[in-house]
Design a protein around this ligand. Structure first.
Ligand SMILES: C[S@@+](CC[C@H](N)C(=O)[O-])C[C@H]1O[C@@H](n2cnc3c(N)ncnc32)[C@H](O)[C@@H]1O
Length: 253
């Protein structure tokens, strides 16, 4: 079976429900409010198909992306070529990477903080700390788990140019001491006469709020805030009935 992160084109359709210009606007608001440094060079971790790259380039930022998937990196490179803008794309592990020159802002989207252990989680924030200029922000979308691990399933259908993608996302608790779960994303693609099944299985470690605060503090970050559903008017208090796509902002000391 094909793997999801080796199929950027179908990945892009499956996760096209986001309002990208609005998300870029929120990132800009966050920079305006909380960054202590001017932002010129931005880094996306687990950049994949780089959905926010075009808007960011148009706003004048330089874009750096890190991913493990060669197919995703090639797809982003071709996108940048079509836009006629230079970008930097590197095949590196977000949990242990190094850049030649630092960035002013880092972001990670759609719960892409892929770690399987506490050691990797600590190493992730140590790597981000090395890459980011002091006073710069780290913006995380949906990377903190505000509810306890559970076996959950979610389904939706996306369509573009006559191509239909049925998406199934599920999690299965593996070990509650190690806080690990299996995440499975399955795509059923109908493209012309072809029907394809694409799947991605990952073993992940859940990241809960208090340990997130502790580890990021130890790795040199100041906690700025977290908000529900990309809304800077909805800071999370811990009493919400439902938390949807929470965003979190840290600042390097
Ligand atoms: C959910 S996709 C996000 C893609 C894109 N940033 C977006 O907003 O749609 C997660 C991406 O993280 C990449 N990835 C997974 N583990 C990684 C790791 N350890 N280091 C770097 N990239 C990784 C995958 O290849 C994939 O492209």
């Amino acid at each position: 079976m094909d793997s999801l992160y080796a199929n950027p084109f179908y990945y892009e359709i499956a996760f096209s429900y986001r309002d990208i210009p609005k998300e870029v606007q929120v990132m800009q608001d966050v920079i305006r409010r909380y960054s202590l440094i001017p932002v010129r060079r931005v880094l996306e971790l687990g950049c994949g198909n780089s959905p926010h790259m075009q808007e960011l380039l148009q706003l004048g930022y330089s874009y750096v992306g890190i991913d493990l998937s060669p197919e995703m990196l090639q797809y982003s490179q071709q996108k940048a070529q079509r836009l006629g803008k230079p970008v930097e794309l590197y095949r590196q592990d977000m949990n242990d990477f190094q850049l030649d020159s630092p960035v002013d802002f880092t972001f990670i989207m759609l719960g892409s903080l892929y770690v399987a252990s506490t050691r990797e989680l600590i190493s992730h924030f140590a790597s981000v700390n090395r890459a980011l200029n002091p006073g710069g922000l780290y913006f995380l979308d949906w990377c903190v788990d505000f509810s306890w691990l559970a076996d959950i399933t979610d389904n939706w259908i996306a369509e573009r140019d006559g191509i239909t993608v049925e998406v199934n996302h599920s999690t299965e608790l593996l070990n509650y001491i190690e806080q690990t779960f299996r995440e499975r994303i399955t795509l059923l693609v109908r493209d012309g006469n072809q029907v394809r099944r694409i799947q991605q299985d990952s073993i992940r470690r859940a990241i809960y709020p208090q340990e997130f605060l502790l580890i990021t503090d130890q790795q040199g970050f100041e906690f700025i805030g977290w908000w529900n559903d990309w809304n800077l008017d909805s800071p999370l208090a811990g009493t919400e009935e439902q938390v949807v796509r929470p965003i979190c902002v840290l600042r390097k000391r």
